[in-house]
Design a protein around this ligand. Structure first.
Ligand code: AMP
Length: 216
């Protein structure tokens, strides 16, 4: 199964991606996670990416495309993958087409998690992530049992630096300007499957598995 997951920041892509990864046993490739890891390791790419991420802007295409190109050559992508947060521009989508052509593979579907802008800001501001295992939480919708502590591994919960109200407004603007056209690009290829991002996580995932041809 070769999939892309798309949706505005806060639509719940990351949460659904984690479930899809388990269900289909495919690697979850999140460019946002890759950049955050590079930042925490203070690599050259991390230092470059941080300048953009902190403002809610996109990291330049050249940097992002190279990162994904290398990742897709990994052995674990042989039987499928789930790309999350890439492509975010038409140039990235065209570059991905080129990579897939060279590998002689095709995408099976582009899952779009659809949600109204009004509720996104609240969702993002309440979002917390485990600093160790990356499990996601929400201060009203998915509270941890103990404040600030991950239920799964006991790690410390943190708020992403780009999850502030000011940065989110820019990220939403960037999404509508640059990433929505990518959805249109895949729509024309007949690959897009829409799922509503409203409702609880399990209900949404049940719809996702049906859309992707699973057994639930
Ligand atoms: P995410 O975790 O997907 O919301 O990504 C966090 C941030 O990483 C974004 O706001 C961008 O600054 C950067 N980023 C992630 N993926 C990409 C991409 N495909 N192209 C450019 N920048 C990206």
């Amino acid at each position: 199964m070769r999939l892309l997951i798309m949706g505005a920041p806060g639509a719940g892509k990351g949460t659904q991606a984690a479930l899809i990864k388990e269900y289909f046993a495919i690697p979850h490739i999140s460019t946002g996670d890759m950049f955050r890891e590079a930042i925490s390791k203070q690599t050259q790419i991390g230092k470059e990416a941080k300048k953009y991420i902190d403002k809610g802007d996109l990291v330049p295409d050249s940097v992002t495309i190279e990162l994904v190109r290398e990742r897709l050559l990994n052995e674990d992508c042989k039987n499928g993958f789930l790309l999350d947060g890439f492509p975010r521009t038409i140039a990235q989508a065209q570059a991905l087409d080129g990579m897939l052509n060279r590998l002689e593979i095709k995408l099976d579907a582009v899952l779009n998690v659809d949600i109204d802008d009004e509720i996104l800001i609240d969702r993002i501001v309440g979002r917390r992530t485990c600093s160790v295992c990356k499990e996601s939480y929400h201060m009203t919708n998915k509270k941890p049992k103990v404040m600030g502590v991950c239920d799964v591994c006991g790690g410390k919960l943190i708020q992403r630096v780009d999850d502030t109200e000011e940065t989110i407004k820019n990220r939403l603007h960037v999404y509508h300007q640059l990433t929505e056209p990518v959805l249109e690009y895949y729509f024309k290829q007949g690959l897009v499957k829409n799922v509503s991002g409203h409702g609880n996580i399990e209900e949404i995932f049940a719809k996702v598995t049906i859309l992707l041809g699973g057994n639930e």
